[in-house]
Design a protein around this ligand. Structure first.
Ligand SMILES: [Zn+2]
Length: 77
């Protein structure tokens, strides 16, 4: 599968090798200090344990939102 991104120069990939907005944070769990990501190429991905100070549950983004984000990020590059 062809992986999109980076969408601007210097953009860093997430653990699975994909880039925002193809991969987005959907949940931070302060109990386990695990960050859960959703990747359109790999499905759910659990990022490494990190110190989480706040929880931001975010709904799974729509394709429309991702397309807007790609355009926004490309225009930054
Ligand atoms: Zn991925």
């Amino acid at each position: 599968m062809k992986v999109g991104g980076p969408y601007f120069s210097g953009q860093k990939p997430h653990v699975c090798g994909c880039y925002n907005p193809d991969i987005t944070v959907i949940f931070d769990d302060p109990k386990t200090m695990k960050r859960q990501l959703f990747c359109i190429n790999h499905g759910y991905v659990e990022e490494e344990t990190k110190i989480i100070v706040a929880v931001y549950p975010v709904p799974k983004p729509t394709d429309e939102w991702r397309e807007k984000e790609r355009n926004r990020l490309r225009s930054r590059g």
